[in-house]
Write a protein that binds this ligand. Sequence first.
Ligand code: GLN
Length: 505
Amino acid sequence: MRRHVKLGIKQLTSGYTKGQLTPQTVVEHALEDAVKLQTLNAFIRLTPEQARQQAKEATDRYAKQQAKSNLDGVTIAIKDNFCTANVPTTCASRMLENFVPPYDATVYARLRQVGAVLLGKTNMDQFGMGAGTVDSIYGPTKNIWSADLSQDNWRIAGGSSGGSASAVAAGLCFAAIGSDTGGSTRNPASYCGVVGFKPTYGLCSRHGLIPLVNSMDVPGILTRSVSDCVEVLNAVAGPDAGPDSTTIRKTYKKLTLPEVDQINLRTLRIGIPKEYHCEGLSAEVLETWTKIADLLETAGAKVHQVSLPNTAASIFVYSILNQCEVASNMARYDGIEYGHRANDERSTEQLYAQSRAEGFNNVVKTRILTGNFLLLRKNYDDYFEKALRVRRLIAEDFIKVFETSTETDRVDILLTPTTLTDAPLYKDFSSLTNRDQCAVQDFCTQPANMAGVPAVSIPVRLSKAGLPLSLQLMSNNLNEQLLLTVAHWIEAQVGFDCLQSMNKT
Ligand code: GLN
């Protein structure tokens, strides 16, 4: 089981170059393993035909020494809210159950251009609304670190990109694309013990990513190491101004990670935002947070407490703006223009209503109703407008700590928890409403989406229950080079071993 999990992307492709392995063998193993690990429910759909064809082409290229890149022949998975030409893209919903896009999302198209091989489309919360991968028409995704996957006391994978995190943690593929609107890449990465990266808003194209909250959505990257994450980022980032006018126009300069022993932390300033010491933070996460702060300090970084005073308001503002944008985005699914069409011929209005009643789950319906209520003329100023103003204040908190504070107060990186605990049991988590689930799960992650700044979750150690505990790093817009360099350094110090979950499967 999970035969190539020990390899990083560079080692894998160097194995291909030396003829020790071929993309075809790796794909066959991955397909076999994915079937054996079906109980995880990481994939909505495997794509064996594409995978075999793409792997064959990659194998031929290596045989002719014409590999396209460091990602040629590398197996990847894509969350099922990214369009993939001729492969169904469902958003885990009845509404899009039969949607087969005619085109590829830019991030997938770019991965294909460099030779990556699509293993399948991964499970998620319907339309990305959730934090557990528990609300999918295909059933929930399980966390591979659960003590027992067959019993009813298994752990959630986190969400909404739980399928992508689960596939990477289980060693079924080397990287997966998720999406991150309020934490959906970092949250499942944290629970599954993998790296989960949210780029600066606009660095990676949203073209072909089915929108949840356009002003916050970004494609996310899930891998087993920071250096693998950089490989993928370098392939997908950069302007895409035609299809997505919100991408940053500046040419993307590829990142290179320094060797760990070349990383000098002496000029680095780390901020510990005091507002993230919040209710519900477990003793183990707090201890992990303190331990890493101490580690950075010992290595010469200047670590000090900072304040992001609007953090407590952020979760409410996020929720208001999320529901308003959802109400507007979901309007297109009426059974005529887009999506599932009910068998109802009474009237056009009835057809709309019935199609939407059948096509959406209760979480989506609740957000649409609430969003439309908040957008009513009489409520617009009190909720939507006000939330936009507070969002600005939240973004300014970040600008202040990263840019405008006095020399002594300014920081380069913020260090916080990603999630407040280790992965909850499904039975406990699913007894809460989606609103309550998100209020806890998104606390530490959504501020980065409100401000647009880049953030990464990295696994640090195991909890007493044997589950991954992770931390989040955030930095200023477009400061990915520093963010991922520091993450790479911490990763090397803690030596988190993702293979430990192998004993369990
Ligand atoms: N939990 C958040 C929500 O449901 C985040 C979703 C996401 O990032 N896609 O809105």
